[in-house]
Design a protein around this ligand. Structure first.
Ligand code: BV8
Length: 252
């Protein structure tokens, strides 16, 4: 780990364009359950079974109970050192882009300014009739399922469900940021869900170095230039500290 961190920091010293792709693992140390982890999301339901248009169509109350539970859980969580290092790197690298699969908003809570949310945000709702999007931080929701204050139609979470396309502007940006970075960090994702899981490969094909941080191996691990077996909240502060020390030494 130490040699690898040193050679990574050596690379980062001459790097100007960095992209970071995160998944549920970066929020695990904040106490937010991952999707596939042992504490997988909710009772006996698989996330893929609830986060779908058909599940919402069949039983909007059940789906909203699930999101209300997750919102209540996330509302009490704070960003961890992993989130904070990523937020601080916006001011270190001339070109820095954060792309997240997470809907928990913890990157923004850590101070990250420009966060590309591939799959939406759990604190936003959308009118199923008018399509208007608004922020809603009510936990617990006092009405389940919640209704549009303007037209009374059902509200749905402003989130991309399985089987639904990502907003094309978001997808275009994520592909642009991936194919124009020199280094892409891939933090806390099982690298299974598409199209997000394709981004590291697009970056690598465009010449970027891939740095994976995950306590467990993923389909990306053998492909990555660096693959650190550790927790994001531990490895990122280590890299950050070495990077800052190196830049201090350079100044002296
Ligand atoms: C689409 C919002 C089509 C919901 C989400 C077969 C082959 C290929 C693709 C498909 C296929 N069958 C279906 C598909 C498509 C599907 C897909 O990829 N399915 C997978 C399961 C195979 N994709 C879609 O449906 C996408 N849409 O394809 O539309 C289309 C196209 C055009 C026109 C019309 C339609 C939409 C995908 C988005 C779905 N929404 N989230 C919500 O949150 O409620 S996806 C959701 O699951 C997350 O956002 C995330 O993307 C994914 C979970 O993955 P991770 O975040 O990586 O979490 P996971 O638990 O899996 O892993 C955590 C990792 O962290 C682990 O590796 C663990 O080791 C690590 N870890 C743990 N602790 C730590 C840590 N790492 C660091 N530090 C720690 N401390």
């Amino acid at each position: 780990m130490n040699e690898d961190i040193d050679s990574l920091v050596h690379l980062l010293k001459s790097t100007r364009r960095v992209a970071v792709l995160t998944g549920a693992g970066i929020s695990a140390e904040s106490g937010v359950p991952t999707f596939r982890g042992k504490d997988g999301l909710w009772r006996r339901y698989r996330a893929e079974g609830l986060a779908t248009p058909s599940a919402f169509h069949q039983n909007p109350k059940l789906v909203w109970e699930w999101y209300d539970w997750r919102r209540g859980l996330i509302a009490s969580k704070e960003p961890n050192p992993g989130h904070k290092v990523i937020a601080s790197w916006e001011n270190i690298f001339p070109s820095f882009h954060l792309i997240t699969q997470n809907v928990d908003g913890l990157h923004q809570k850590a101070g990250s300014k420009n966060v590309l949310e591939l799959h939406g945000n759990i604190w936003k709702v959308r009118c199923t009739e008018e399509g208007s999007v608004s922020e809603n931080y009510q936990t617990p929701l006092n009405e389940i399922p919640p209704r549009c204050p303007d037209c009374g139609a059902l509200l749905r979470p402003h989130i991309v469900w399985f089987g639904e396309a990502l907003p094309s502007s978001v997808l275009q940006k994520s592909l642009l940021f991936s194919s124009s970075c020199e280094v892409m960090f891939v933090v806390g994702t099982s690298a299974v869900v598409q199209p997000a899981a394709t981004l590291p490969y697009s970056a690598s094909e465009a010449g970027a170095k891939i740095v994976e941080i995950n306590p467990a191996a993923t389909p990306l691990s053998t492909y990555a230039d660096f693959s650190f077996r550790g927790k994001a909240g531990e490895v990122l502060p280590l890299v950050d500290e070495r990077l800052r020390t190196a830049s201090e030494e350079r100044k002296d």
